[in-house]
Structure formats: structure tokens, C-alpha cells
Design a protein around this ligand. Structure first.
Ligand SMILES: NC(=O)c1ccc[n+]([C@@H]2O[C@H](COP(=O)([O-])OP(=O)(O)OC[C@H]3O[C@@H](n4cnc5c(N)ncnc54)[C@H](OP(=O)(O)O)[C@@H]3O)[C@@H](O)[C@H]2O)c1
Length: 389
């Protein structure tokens, strides 16, 4: 029986993780859950999985949750960043599922690692903002970081049994998002509603917009570089609209090993939860005859400049990826609230990066300070009149 703490239990990944747990109650017990503000769903999850500890984003959410839960035999309810940290370090936890969205997931994830608790990592912003610090903490504490992102899970699986020095390149696949074939002029008119409609995956709003701008792939290049210890220039991207091949590893002899599967996040989540075992899942089997054709294209960096910015941030290194990530979080939130145009997302990120002098990464406080600066700067340049809408 593995004891799980889940950060972001009410999100898309959190719900899928709990679906895997529900399919395998003999394998897992949920000891702690952290969510944001969706207390109705959190209350349902508490009734179904009986964690001893839960945490929500603020006092107002905690007050609403208390009304929904019985006073006797209910979980302890904590609040805010400290609450999330305590969930990540809950007693008895064997594995933390890190699935909050955004850099807010960094502190609790790092806290779990420092307690020696292994992490199934979905929250890519953690590795983008502070990758070298997180990896150093994992090494120091002998903690496994198992990727949940489908591309990184595919690479992790394709690396099993092979030598790191035999890798030539990694190939990340990308669906290309809803605007893969849209002409540049069309992108100026994109609305949040259109951008949220991903062709293959059902995901949370922030990552859906990141997929539409291809910032998601930029974040994943940085994530892969950190996780697998390769420079970004040895990490390539294929557009693969069917999302069947989840990523590939090319070895020095020219052999390429890939992982395939239906686009269902329960697969990489279950692999991370049970690693190195595999669990039976109820998702439909992959039927390659029905799919018929798998296609590949090179990404268009002119229409999707976010991917170019990701490579730039990775090459610069230090605090620059944290700046890219922070500016993007602020720009995506503004786009979702219709305060910023779709094409202005990469402009805000580029301008914030240009205003930053990258420093060598030192510690968490520095990353959080740089994150605050970049959010404030991006917010300022987006102020009314700053960018088109
Ligand atoms: N979705 C996917 O298929 C997918 C695939 C690969 C990687 N990922 C990565 O996994 C992470 C989660 O993505 P998602 O799509 O699951 O996001 P999501 O559906 O938006 O869920 C985000 C979760 O984080 C919680 N949260 C947000 N802000 C919080 C805060 N300040 N304090 C505490 N909790 C907070 C939310 O709580 P409430 O909803 O209760 O407010 C929710 O539980 C992201 O880093 C994403 O890039 C996702």
C-alpha cells in the first residue's frame, strides 16, 4: 500500500490521479490533499478517499469547506502556502503527486524533496523556474523525481535499460494545438474560448493556453533539459498532431526508441505512481490500424515565437527560465481575462526577458524574488494602453 499526498487534487491531473487510485484501491491510500478554491469537489474527494489532512488556498475557501464536511472524523484543514507545504510533508507519505498549476507548486514540492519524499512531478513550472536547485535537492536527499508530463514520461520510459552517454538527442512531440494550421493573421483574433479547445487532450486552462501558443513545449524543453541532464540544443521538437507517440530518444547508433499510447493522462500518472511496475487501466487500447497514419512536421517558430523564447531562456540559463515562466503566467492569466491579445503573450514574455539580467541560480529566495520582479514587470507593461487586445 503506497500512501499518497496530492497537491492540486481538484485539477485535471489531480482528478486523473484520483481516478487511478479509485481503479486500484488495493495499491494506494490517500493521506493528504491540497487544492485551491474548488471546495465542492475537494469535499467530495474527502468523502471518497478519507485523507487525514487537507489544505486550501485561503481562509474563505477553508470556511466554505468546513460547512461541507462533518465536524466529527473529518480531516484537519490547513490554509495557504504553509498548508500546502504540510500536505506535501504529511506523515506516512510515500509519494507526493505534484500537480498544482504554476510556480506556486515550487515550495511544497521542494519541501517534500527536502523531507526525502519521492515526487511524481506534473507541475513543470517547478522545474522551469528552479530546475537546478530542485535536482540538486533531489540528489542530496536521494529522492526520485518521476515525470508525469506525458512527453517526459515517454522519454523516461524510453531510457530504461540504456546508458545516458549513448543518447544523441531527445525528441519531444507536440500536437501543435488548436492553431497548428492557422495563418498568422488569424492568430491576432484568437479568443480564450477558441484557445481553450485543445484537439487531443482535456487539460486545465493554463496549460491549454500554453499549448495553443506552444509555450507548453518551450517549458517542456527546459523541463527535459533539467530532468535528463542534456543541453536544450540536444532536445528537438516534432509536431505530431495525432498525439500517439508521446516522445522519443535517439541513440548514438541512430536507433530511436519511442513510447506510444492513447492520449490519456492516466497512463503516465499510473506509471509514475506504480513505477517501476505497471498497472492495468480501463482506458481503451491503442488501435494503430484505426488511426492509420502518424504524421510529423517541423514547428513554425515564426508563428509560435514562444518556442524560440523557451530555447533562448534555456541557453541563457540561471534565472532566465524563471523570468520566462513568470511573465508567461501573468500574460496567460490576462489573456484568459480578455485583457491581452493572443499574440501579445510572447511579446510580454520577450520584453520581460529582455529587461532581465540573468544571474546564476543560488537559492529558493532568489528564485522567488526574480519571480516576483518578473510578474510585477510583466503586469506593468500590460497595463491599459501597454498592449493591444
Ligand atoms: N492537465 C494535463 O493534462 C497536464 C499534462 C502535463 C502536465 N501538466 C501540468 O500539471 C500541472 C497541473 O495542470 P492541470 O491541467 O491539472 O491544472 P488545473 O486543472 O488548472 O489544476 C490546478 C490545480 O492547482 C490548484 N491550485 C491553483 N492555484 C493554487 C494555489 N494558489 N494554492 C493551492 N492550489 C492551487 C487548483 O485548485 P482549485 O481548482 O481548487 O482552485 C487545482 O487543483 C501544471 O503544471 C501543468 O503544466 C498538466
Amino acid at each position: 500500500m503506497k500512501h499518497l499526498a496530492i497537491l492540486g487534487s481538484t485539477g485535471s491531473i489531480g482528478r486523473s490521479a484520483l481516478a487511478v487510485v479509485a481503479e486500484h484501491p488495493e495499491e494506494f491510500q490517500v493521506v493528504a490533499l491540497a487544492a485551491g478554491k474548488n471546495v465542492d469537489l475537494l469535499a467530495e474527494q474527502v468523502r471518497r478517499f478519507s485523507p487525514a489532512l487537507v489544505s486550501v488556498q485561503d481562509e474563505a475557501a477553508a470556511a466554505r469547506l468546513r460547512v461541507l464536511l462533518p465536524t466529527r472524523n473529518g480531516p484537519r484543514i490547513l490554509v495557504g502556502a504553509e498548508g500546502a507545504r504540510q500536505v506535501a510533508c504529511a506523515p506516512q507519505t510515500d509519494l507526493v503527486v505534484s500537480a498544482m498549476v504554476g510556480v506556486v507548486g515550487l515550495e511544497p514540492t521542494l519541501a517534500a524533496i527536502e523531507q526525502g519524499i519521492p515526487v511524481a512531478l506534473a507541475n513543470k513550472e517547478t522545474l522551469v523556474a528552479a530546475g537546478p536547485l530542485v535536482m540538486a535537492a533531489a540528489r542530496k536527499n536521494g529522492v526520485a523525481l518521476i515525470p508525469v508530463d506525458s512527453e517526459h514520461s515517454a522519454i523516461f520510459q524510453s531510457l530504461q535499460g540504456h546508458r545516458h552517454e549513448d543518447i544523441r538527442r531527445l525528441w519531444l512531440t507536440a500536437s501543435g494545438g488548436p492553431f497548428r494550421q492557422a495563418p498568422a493573421e488569424r492568430l491576432a483574433q484568437v479568443t480564450p474560448e477558441e484557445a481553450l479547445k485543445h484537439p487531443n487532450w482535456a487539460m486545465g486552462p493554463k496549460i491549454s493556453i500554453d499549448s495553443a501558443t506552444m509555450m507548453n513545449k518551450a517549458l517542456e524543453v527546459i523541463e527535459a533539459s533539467v530532468l535528463f541532464g542534456l543541453p536544450a540544443d540536444r532536445i528537438e521538437v516534432y509536431i505530431h498532431p495525432q498525439s500517439i507517440i508521446h516522445s522519443l530518444v535517439e541513440y548514438v547508433d541512430g536507433s530511436v526508441i519511442a513510447q506510444l499510447g492513447v492520449p490519456d493522462m492516466r497512463l503516465p500518472i499510473a506509471y509514475a505512481l506504480a513505477y517501476p511496475r505497471r498497472l492495468e487501466l480501463s482506458s481503451p487500447p491503442l488501435d494503430l490500424c484505426r488511426i492509420g497514419t502518424l504524421t510529423f512536421e517541423a514547428p513554425d517558430l515564426k508563428r509560435f515565437p514562444c518556442l524560440r523564447l523557451g530555447y533562448e531562456a534555456a541557453r541563457t540559463g540561471g534565472t532566465m527560465p524563471a523570468v520566462l515562466n513568470a511573465a508567461n503566467e501573468v500574460a496567460v492569466a490576462a489573456f484568459l481575462e480578455k485583457r491581452l491579445g493572443f499574440l501579445s503573450i510572447p511579446r510580454v514574455v520577450a520584453e520581460t526577458m529582455a529587461a532581465h539580467q540573468a544571474q546564476e541560480l543560488q537559492d529558493l529566495e532568489q528564485v522567488l524574488a526574480v519571480n516576483r520582479w518578473a510578474r510585477e514587470f510583466a503586469g506593468r507593461i500590460m497595463a491599459p494602453g501597454g498592449y493591444d487586445n
